[in-house]
Design a protein around this ligand. Sequence first.
Ligand SMILES: Cc1cc2nc3c(=O)[nH]c(=O)nc-3n(C[C@H](O)[C@H](O)[C@H](O)COP(=O)(O)OP(=O)(O)OC[C@H]3O[C@@H](n4cnc5c(N)ncnc54)[C@H](O)[C@@H]3O)c2cc1C
Length: 300
Amino acid sequence: MYKNFIELLKDADIKYYKDEPMCRHTSFRIGGPCDVFAVPESIDELKEVYSAARECGLRTYILGKGSNVLFADEGYRGVVISTEALCDVAVSGNTLTAQCGASFTHIAAVARDAGLSGLEFAYGIPGAVGGAVFMNAGAYGGKVSDCLAVSTAFDPVSGRIIRTEGDAHEFGYRKSIYKTAPEKVILSAEFTLTPGDKNEIKAKMDDFMGRRRDKQPLEYPSAGSVFKRPEGHFVGQMVEELGLKGYTVGGARVSEKHAGFIINSGGATAKDVTDLIDHIKARVKEAYGVDLECEIIFVK
Ligand SMILES: Cc1cc2nc3c(=O)[nH]c(=O)nc-3n(C[C@H](O)[C@H](O)[C@H](O)COP(=O)(O)OP(=O)(O)OC[C@H]3O[C@@H](n4cnc5c(N)ncnc54)[C@H](O)[C@@H]3O)c2cc1C
């Protein structure tokens, strides 16, 4: 199965790694090996990888910068497809168009340099465009759905490229239409921005970055906020009130700086993280009657 798949990748001259540890590709620095880690360098190559995987009956997982995922300690049996090499960005008038693998922070900087406002919130979110659209990422009052005009996606089942506009993305809190159709691969996004003063845009971005550095444990590997914000509550506040700051399971610890983050304090396993999550959920449920829902995505 894999022999044929590797042959197909070789024939198409597509970059790949065998038995690649996912801890190398996730912001948590956690995760066992996937069978094959493919790095297509063009949309045609990406399509080739999907077609080869289908031909060989292998399952696939599309990965951006791995900043919102937790891979299992056993790794992933199948092909992880990285978007890291698909990172073109272009500006035309008030529209910024980016490929799925472009860094979200980078496109915010490109918009700033072009004197375009609307993506300041993206500065400091450590994901790529595809992951940000998938998650409807947001911060400091801004979110993808405020400025995304169009996205394109590849449907490996039909082989077609689909164009989705505005409201058809069905955005909600940390969700988009792509979450209900995870087989589709976001290829690009078009953001409609507004002309603004470069210095004001920069000042806003610097302010957001400063707030991140002050409040978030950026010195440790993590996957950002572990839980979604429940209606009427703040996760960090509840966790702190329960005295769970610094609570540790193996190498996984509730951050002392931001109680909504779990950090990898060194050698954490995915099991350490999930055991810690279960503990927090149980304590919060018991004390506040609130069912916490995870924002981070588990992959196995
Ligand atoms: C320190 C820190 C701070 C953070 N702060 C914020 C914040 O302020 N706001 C916020 O919203 N998030 C935040 N996050 C979480 C994370 O950065 C965002 O959710 C980000 O948008 C995820 O992008 P990614 O490329 O890393 O996605 P990944 O983690 O690689 O993937 C996330 C999901 O998207 C899917 N996906 C990725 N690319 C594609 C594609 N091309 N097509 C289809 N599906 C795709 C994956 O399959 C997966 O299901 C933070 C994380 C960290 C570590």
